[in-house]
Design a binder for this molecule. Structure first.
Ligand code: ZN
Length: 305
């Protein structure tokens, strides 16, 4: 058995024991994003974990919840997700850089196609939030964007900085209203509070800047199409999922684009069309929500907060 498999088993056992203890004590039930009580239960796993919608902010989240300290410990020491978290050797990273990640599962060509479809020009200042070991930040910079990044895991942040030259300024040193794009790929479903992450993005964006977020598609449209995949999406490492109900509630006035695609398929013209067509005007623009990966994008309004 590999050390990664063992680590996953240890994580799972610890997660189930801790969930059972929290379940018995009756706590850890309120929304991690806004603190309100759950409104309805949508799913259940392992007898002691349930998946609910928040009565106030409408987030889909797992009960029992994790607190920020558990989240921090998990991402420093325990989280393992194959190529996303395993640091490449010196030879592997040289090959990845030389080939611009072509053919690897971390190739960002499909995300770059979305940024181009959103009319984000090279030279734009982009913040890559939750960059893991820097594979995406590196490719975004190679495409001509001015990239600064953040990663909660210290070993992965250090790797991004030293091996890929990723710029990783301290979060509290960042100037408000200084980025054209706040970008994240498969981060918001992991964070202690999506509301806090969205607030950070809105603080860092210039007026008119774009918040661009890729995440698992938590929508009930996708659940109806692929119930088993949807059921497997939430759990220990995805304490919440985003869907159109939460996003429409969170961004009632701003322009909002919601769309989905199969993994690695955003550069297919069929999926790119709704992105290109989006006018960034107030109101919701919904593409298809049938596929596993959701994109949502919104515009920071011009009014200073
Ligand atoms: Zn809430």
């Amino acid at each position: 058995m590999s050390s990664g498999t063992l680590q996953r088993l240890r994580n799972k056992a610890g997660y189930l024991l801790s969930s059972a203890a929290k379940h018995l004590s009756g706590g850890h039930r309120n929304c991690p994003s806004c603190g309100s009580a759950p409104a309805e239960q949508l799913d259940q796993k392992w007898l002691v974990t349930t998946f609910c919608r928040c009565s106030r902010c409408r987030l889909l989240y797992r009960i029992p919840t994790s607190d920020a300290r558990e989240n921090e410990t998990f991402y420093q020491e325990d989280y393992t997700e194959g190529f996303t978290t395993d640091l490449p050797s010196a030879a592997e990273i040289q090959h990845l850089i030389a080939t611009q990640f072509a053919g690897s599962e971390k190739n960002y060509a499909h995300y770059l196609a979305v940024l181009r479809a959103l009319r984000i020009s090279p030279g734009a200042r982009l913040f890559d939030y939750g960059c893991s070991w820097g594979y995406g930040s590196h490719q975004l910079a190679a495409a001509g964007y001015q990239v600064d990044s953040f990663e909660i895991s210290r070993p992965r942040a250090a790797y991004a900085r030293t091996q890929l030259g990723v710029s990783m300024p301290a979060l509290d040193s960042l100037q408000s209203a200084s980025y054209d794009v706040f970008f994240s790929a498969h981060v918001i479903e992991h964070v202690p509070s999506p509301a806090a992450m969205i607030a950070l993005g809105m603080r860092l964006l210039k007026p008119g800047g774009l918040f661009v977020c890729f995440c698992p598609n938590g929508s009930l449209t996708f659940r109806q199409r692929a119930p088993r995949d949807w059921h497997l999406m939430w759990g220990q490492s995805h304490p919440q999922l985003l869907d159109e109900v939460f996003l429409k509630h969170t961004f009632p006035q701003q322009p909002l684009l919601l769309h989905s695609a199969p993994l690695l398929h955003w550069n297919d013209p069929v999926h790119l069309k709704a992105v290109t067509a989006w006018q960034q005007k107030p109101g919701v623009s919904v593409g298809g929500l049938d596929h596993v990966e959701m994109l949502f994008a919104t515009v920071k309004d011009d009014v200073p907060h």
